[in-house]
Write a protein that binds this ligand. Sequence first.
Ligand SMILES: C[S@@+](CC[C@H](N)C(=O)[O-])C[C@H]1O[C@@H](n2cnc3c(N)ncnc32)[C@H](O)[C@@H]1O
Length: 424
Amino acid sequence: MRINVPQGAEQEMALASSAPISAGRTNVGRANARDTSAQVALDSYSERFRKSVDRLMASPVFYRFSVNNIFTRWFAKYRTQQVFDLMTGFVNFQVLLTCVRYGILERLYENPCNYEELIQHIQLPKDNLDRLILSALSLGLIESRSRNRFGIGPLGLPVISYPGISAMVEHNAVLYADMLDTAKLLQSGKASQMNEYWPYAKYAMDGDINSGAVVDAQNAVESEKEKQFAKYSDLMSNSQNFVIDEITSVYDFSKHTKMLDIGCGKGRFVSTVAQMYPELEFAAMDLPEVIALTRQNLLDQPFYKRINLVAGSFKLDPLPSTVDLVTLVRVAHDHSDEVVQMLLKKIHHALPPKGTLLLAEPMASAKGAKHDPYFHFYLLAMGEGRLRTPEQLTQMMLEAGFIQIEVLSNPMSMHSKVLIAKKY
Ligand SMILES: C[S@@+](CC[C@H](N)C(=O)[O-])C[C@H]1O[C@@H](n2cnc3c(N)ncnc32)[C@H](O)[C@@H]1O
């Protein structure tokens, strides 16, 4: 998708849609009214038809019929499977979590073993262990091998191959503690576990992180807050590789001279791009506690001298200028519309003419994708953020003054979608 809007045209579109209907346009008004009533009649007809179909589909007689009929059985099975998937999601995740916590996947990856050997490895009461092992088997986390042995399964393999996945599994346990009462969460918008986990979201709700008031990163290494910043930054760094792959596979950075990564975390994205593009210079900005970690992480790298680390809050502090590319990787979805709109305007202001903004993060699909609920509720529990569609982000970019916005077509968009916006 590519949208080119000449400067000023967007405001004209907005004005046109809100312009009052003049006397000379009355006929148009009547025609519109006719169209609307025809649409209402059509809608009500299709609603009635829909209701009859729903009643038929929901009746036990139809269910029996569709199960017994070889032409419709596939559909009955498919729907039943979908309902089962809905019901079992939490328990399936708990099976995965238990396997990760008890090192079952690692043990089987190292060496397939039989039931007795596996049981010796798991420090849990033996009576019910077969339930865990059978569940892991049926989920494909482990699999049967010859001579009654078990080995790592097709879904267990990625979990142990990518540290980011097992870190996210542990992290999900924090999220799911808040998911026990989603009605309460929806009412209050406050989640205890996740709020503690993400200090910047917590402080954003209490007031704001004021970079002036943030304790000196060097002196506060021991504090709880410091540890929490380190914990979430590690998780982000571990899970960022999938997103980085998506961005670097579809975007050519060679046309830029200096890139600013806002919310850079421990600097993994900047490191990757710096290694791929030896001519490119960088600025990397994050909160002071995080920048202390970024520095530790990058200090020994040969490309460190090409990176200007900037400790500050994008909400309160000026953005570094003299860059022709700004990147926002998994940052916008953590913040409210007001904050994102303000940030986009600030970026637009900081960029030179023809400067570029690259925004990458998981995005909602307009029709609703299977993983959208996870992100909707994750960001609710976090406190401030919102999963947005590419269209919503595009609209916000247009409002910030960007003129040419493009959704890149990356291979694994469930990790992240990539939007490019240009300044006039
Ligand atoms: C979800 S993490 C993403 C980190 C990294 N870009 C990645 O994809 O792994 C969001 C980052 O934004 C940073 N951040 C949050 N609020 C900020 C603010 N007001 N100013 C600067 N950075 C901020 C956080 O510290 C964190 O490193």
